[in-house]
Design a protein around this ligand. Structure first.
Ligand SMILES: [Zn+2]
Ligand SMILES: [Zn+2]
Length: 411
């Protein structure tokens, strides 16, 4: 559980916390802006066209017909009350809007239950949602020198979501079920440490239908006065290998990456700095199809993972891992800047996968246009994806007899 993203469409970063950037800015002096390379300008045009297909590309002042106006902020990693976040999907989107975020990936732990609500809220603000999920997994060591450790894999899907939702949901629901057992074990271990908690209190804190996680146990500990805050609950009892830590029943990380690829998603390794053996994990996951890795973060720990990303040809992304823990020191939504060239690389990698997923879904539904499938299509088209894709046009023609949707909505 660690942390976040923002891209500045003029090629610079949006993160004022990034020390190297701040130093570079100082050297440039006040009022001077870094000159964008032609690659950065083209990349920002591409990214902006993807995010806002209907928006004019001209500069806001009208003095530059090529440069897109203003900066764009991407947030690739965030949580809501559908897992262990403290804001509802709607409140999360409202905060993202207030923070200037243009594209928000909702990546709750082991569930996509909040995506539909986030999309609805985002429509009001013109924010684009990337449907996502952060999947809990475990890395099983290949060599004697390595140890088993938990790994979080982020999955990013196109606007239609996963192409084989049932296969994904089957895995996610078994992970969520395992969380109840895990919470039970943590509560048992705490009782042995003379820190008794009631499991139903933990479940109540998690909320109706939300699989309890460590943070919910930590909240119950704060409420009972055993620790002063969540941080203390983790550092004293609940950290990996801690006295009240319990393992879940997570799938192998390699299988999760393959599942994400199979369901038309982009797989990214979350917070590699939390791993004991990042090189072994990255090497193994790359062999399974990993696309990207979180590299950018607000505390400046970048270079080591950036080198690993280069070595294994992984797209570099980052995000705040925002949970909305009030009073806690955590990076806010949109606080981690991602260079526009990296966002461009992400989209170049993502769009073919998303397009294939959409084709798979549409083909299946066109072959079997049942009421349920029609409803699914209506529900899943969240925006423009590939406005001029001839293969999708062919499927649209097939579907046109069913009057599913107009071209604008379904592209
Ligand atoms: Zn995580
Ligand atoms: Zn997270």
């Amino acid at each position: 559980m660690v942390l976040t993203s923002a891209v500045n469409a003029d090629g610079g970063g949006a993160d004022e916390e990034s020390k190297p950037r701040r130093r570079r800015r100082k050297r440039r002096g006040r009022g001077q802006r870094k000159k964008n390379s032609p690659e950065e300008i083209l990349a920002s045009l591409y990214v902006r066209r993807w995010a806002f297909p209907d928006a004019p590309l001209n500069d806001a002042d009208g003095d530059d017909p090529v440069r897109p106006a203003g900066k764009m902020v991407f947030e690739f990693h965030s949580h809501s009350t559908c897992s262990d976040g403290f804001l509802s999907p709607t409140a999360l989107v409202e905060r993202a809007h207030a923070r200037g975020v243009n594209v928000l990936a909702l990546t709750d732990h082991d569930t996509m239950a909040g995506v539909a609500e986030a999309v609805e809220a985002a429509n009001k603000f013109g924010i684009r949602i990337i449907p996502g999920v952060e999947i809990s997994a475990v890395y099983s060591p290949r060599e004697e020198s390595e140890t088993e450790e938990p790994v979080h894999i982020l999955a990013y899907y196109g606007s239609c979501g996963p192409s084989r939702f049932e296969a994904l949901e089957k895995v996610l629901s078994s992970i969520r079920d395992g969380r109840y057992l895990r919470a039970e074990e943590m509560v048992f271990k705490l009782s042995k440490l003379n820190l008794p908690l009631k499991l139903d209190v933990v479940a109540k804190i998690a909320g109706n239908g939300v699989a309890p996680g460590r943070v919910h146990v930590a909240c119950a500990m704060v409420e009972s006065g055993y620790v002063q805050n969540l941080k203390q609950a983790f550092s004293r009892y609940l950290h990996d290998g801690g006295p009240a830590y319990a393992k879940g029943t997570e799938p192998f990380a390699e299988d999760v990456v393959r599942l994400i690829c199979h369901t038309g998603g982009v797989a990214a390794l979350a917070h590699p700095w939390a791993l004991k053996n990042p090189v072994g994990v990255i090497r193994s996951l790359k062999d399974s199809g990993l696309h990207a890795i979180e590299v950018y973060r607000s505390d400046g720990k970048l270079s080591g993972f950036s080198d690993l990303a280069d070595r294994y040809e992984l797209v570099k992304i980052g995000g705040s891992d925002y949970h909305g823990r009030s009073g806690q020191d955590e990076p806010d939504l949109g606080s981690v800047a991602i260079p526009v060239l990296d966002v461009y690389e992400f989209l170049i990698k993502a769009q073919p996968a998303w397009r294939v997923a959409m084709q798979d879904m549409l083909s299946a539904m066109a072959d079997e246009p049942s009421d349920i499938n029609l409803q699914k299509i209506r529900a899943s088209f969240l925006g423009n994806q590939e406005p001029e894709d001839p293969e999708l046009d062919a499927i649209r023609v097939k579907l046109s007899g069913t009057e599913l949707c107009n071209r604008k909505k379904c592209s």
